[in-house]
Design a binder for this molecule. Structure first.
Ligand code: NAP
Length: 297
C-alpha cells in the first residue's frame, strides 16, 4: 500500500474540541447550545446512530433532548412536534432523523423546520444559500469531506474533482462545495457512460453511491485523493465503502478508510452547525469561526 490514510476519527476529534471550546464561550454568555433530535420508530440502527449523536453533543457541552415518537405518528403530529421545537428558544438545532417510516413526507417535514435551526442543512433556504455561496447551514457529511481535505493539505482549486452520486444529502452539495473551492467538478451517477473513464480523470474522487467496492483500483489515476463516503454492510457484517480500498490504496496519494474516514466527520460537523446556529439565533459572535462556515477560500 502506498497511500497515506486520511484519519477521520482524529480529524473529527479535533473539530469536536473546537466545538466544545466554542460551546463553553457561548455558555459563558448565557447561550448554551441546544440540540433536539427527533427519532420516529424503533429501527435499531437509527437508535444507535441517534445515541452516538446524543453522546457527542453532550460531551461538547450542549443541552441535548431526544424525542422518540412511535413508529407511525401522523404527518400532522410530526409537524406539530417540529413547530414546537421551532418556537422553543432553548433549542437551536433540530435534527429529524431520516429516513422517516413509509407514509410520512420527509420533504414537508424539512420545509416545516425553521431554516435557522436546520442543522442538517436540508431546508430549501439553506440549499439556496449553498448554491448562491451565501451564509447558511450546510449539509454535514459534504462539509466533513471538505474539512478532511483542508486539514490534510488537499487543495481543491484547479483540481478535477469527480463526485459519484447525485443525492441531495451528499453528491449534489459536495459538488457545489468543491465548485465553491474553484475545482472543476464532474458529477457522475447511475446513467453515466463509462464510469471508469470518468473516474480516471479525477485528481480527487468523492464516492457517495451505496454500492460496495464499485470503484476498482485500475480505474484510478496515480496520486489521486480518494474520499469514500459509502457505508455498506456486507452479508458477513463487515462495513465497506464504495471504493475497493486495498486496490485503490496502491494508486492513491491519500485515501479515507471505511469505517473511520468520512463517517466520524458527519457528527462533528453537525455539532459545529449547532453551535453556529446558537450563535446566530442569540446574535453572539463565534470567534474563531468553526469548520464548515466558509465555502470559498
Ligand atoms: P442515494 O441517495 O441512494 O444516492 C446514491 C447515488 O449513487 C445516486 O445518485 C445514484 O444515481 C448513484 N448510483 C447508484 N448506483 C450507481 C452506479 N452503479 N454507478 C454510478 N452511480 C450510481 O445515497 P446517499 O444518501 O447519497 O448515500 C450514498 C452512500 O453514502 C451510502 O453508502 C450511504 O450509506 C453513505 N452515507 C454516508 C454518510 C456518512 O456519514 N459517512 C452519510 C450519508 C450517506 P441516480 O441518481 O442516477 O440513481
Amino acid at each position: 500500500m502506498s497511500a497515506s490514510i486520511i484519519d477521520g476519527k482524529a480529524t473529527a476529534a479535533a473539530v469536536r474540541t473546537l466545538v466544545r471550546e466554542a460551546a463553553t464561550r457561548l455558555a459563558a454568555r448565557g447561550a448554551r447550545p441546544g440540540l433536539s433530535v427527533v427519532l420516529v420508530g424503533e429501527d435499531p440502527a437509527s437508535q444507535v446512530y441517534v445515541r452516538n449523536k446524543d453522546r457527542a453533543a453532550t460531551e461538547a457541552g450542549f443541552e441535548v433532548r431526544t424525542q422518540k415518537l412511535p413508529a407511525s405518528p401522523s404527518q400532522a403530529e410530526l409537524e406539530r412536534v417540529v413547530e414546537g421545537l421551532n418556537a422553543d428558544p432553548d433549542v437551536h438545532g433540530i435534527l429529524v432523523h431520516l429516513p422517516l417510516p413509509k407514509g410520512l413526507d420527509a420533504g414537508r417535514i424539512v420545509r416545516a423546520l425553521d431554516p435557522r435551526k436546520d442543522v442538517d442543512g436540508l431546508h430549501p433556504e439553506n440549499v439556496a444559500a449553498l448554491i448562491m455561496g451565501t451564509p447558511g447551514l450546510y449539509p454535514c457529511t459534504p462539509a466533513g469531506c471538505i474539512e478532511l481535505c483542508d486539514r490534510h493539505g488537499v487543495k481543491l482549486e484547479g483540481q478535477r474533482v469527480v463526485v459519484i452520486g447525485r443525492s441531495m444529502l451528499v453528491g449534489k452539495p459536495v459538488s457545489l462545495m468543491a465548485l465553491a473551492r474553484n475545482a472543476t467538478v464532474t458529477l457522475a451517477h447511475s446513467r453515466t457512460r463509462d464510469l471508469a473513464a470518468v473516474v480516471r480523470e479525477a485528481d480527487v474522487l468523492i464516492a457517495a453511491v451505496g454500492v460496495p467496492r464499485l470503484v476498482r483500483g485500475p480505474w484510478l489515476k496515480d496520486g489521486v485523493v480518494v474520499l469514500d463516503v459509502g457505508m455498506n454492510r456486507l452479508p458477513d457484517g463487515k462495513l465497506v465503502g464504495d471504493v475497493a480500498f486495498e486496490e485503490a490504496a496502491e494508486r492513491a496519494a491519500w485515501i479515507t478508510p471505511v469505517p473511520g474516514g468520512v463517517g466520524p466527520m458527519t457528527i462533528a460537523m453537525l455539532l459545529a452547525n449547532t453551535a453556529r446556529a446558537c450563535a446566530l439565533q442569540r446574535n453572539l459572535p463565534l470567534e474563531p469561526a468553526l469548520p464548515g462556515t466558509l465555502l470559498a477560500r
